[in-house]
Design a protein around this ligand. Structure first.
Ligand SMILES: [Fe+2]
Length: 269
């Protein structure tokens, strides 16, 4: 798979069997949490996250949580550590993987400012009551995505909904550190309305350069498309359909790790 991002050509080669689907549009067979929003056709929007004062508290709580998790993983850093310098703490891949173990699948009772504050804000944005609880496995979790500069830390292009457990949700990307026009999440506007036969993908979770991913990877796209980085700023949230093709977001910064919060919400029943 080869694609253009920040006017650069980027490629990856997923291993294993590739498949292409039918003319089905997956979104048309599921709950569409973008049905009531003006950005339905694009499939994503950047919205303000919190009131200004609230955001300061949110950010401080987030920073303290992340530093605690990294310390639990055995990393040593000063109290005033700049989060985007994470890569300078890492000596080898094993250290990075044990840090990632701590910063994924975090229970939402630890969510900065409380998960209800976030659920209320996203319900307001989507015009429908949503909760951060997966109806498939009843998990209520969030993750920090940590993508070092000059690394293969990012996942390949994919739809979350190729995994059954993400059907019908809405996705959030909240920038925390080092997230900018050269590192933030990339996506293909409108691709949530593409039929499955417009892309070829790996049959199962992708394997690329010895790294195994949960999600299948896009290996080919038929026709024209544009991959963009919406680039939400401080106190903004990128809200997007899990049916959108996204990922492939290599961090092209020279000396900044990109850190974001990833969280999904489903319709409240
Ligand atoms: Fe994803």
């Amino acid at each position: 798979m080869e694609y253009q991002l920040n006017n650069q050509s980027i490629s990856y080669l997923p291993e294993g069997k590739k498949i292409s689907g039918s003319n089905t549009i997956l979104l048309h067979h599921s709950i569409d949490l973008t049905a009531n929003v003006p950005w339905h056709d694009a499939g994503y929007a950047i919205e303000q996250l919190y009131h200004k004062n609230q955001f300061t508290d949110f950010f401080n709580e987030t920073k303290n949580l992340l530093i605690d998790l990294w310390r639990t993983a055995g990393l040593v850093m000063p109290g005033d550590f700049a989060l985007d310098q994470y890569h300078t703490l890492i000596g080898n891949q094993r250290q990075h993987l044990s840090a990632l173990e701590q910063t994924k699948l975090i229970f939402t009772n630890k969510f900065p400012l409380g998960i209800h504050t976030l659920e209320n804000r996203i319900s307001e944005i989507c015009g429908i009551q949503v909760v951060a609880k997966n109806p498939f496995d009843h998990q209520s979790v969030f993750h920090f995505r940590v993508i070092r500069p000059n690394s293969n830390d990012n996942n390949p292009l994919h739809r979350d909904t190729w995994l059954e457990e993400y059907a019908g949700c809405i996705n959030l990307y909240i920038p925390i550190a080092g997230s900018n026009a050269h590192s933030s999440l990339s996506l293909i506007p409108g691709s949530h309305l593409w039929p499955e036969n417009k892309v070829e993908r790996t049959e199962h979770g992708a394997q690329i350069n010895e790294i195994k991913f949960n999600v299948p990877a896009v290996s080919k796209i038929k026709g024209k498309y544009e991959l963009v980085r919406p680039d939400p700023k401080e106190n903004e949230v990128l809200v997007f359909s899990p049916y959108l093709i996204h990922g492939g977001a290599v961090n092209l910064n020279k000396n900044q790790t990109r850190i974001s919060i990833e969280l999904r919400l489903w319709k409240k029943h």
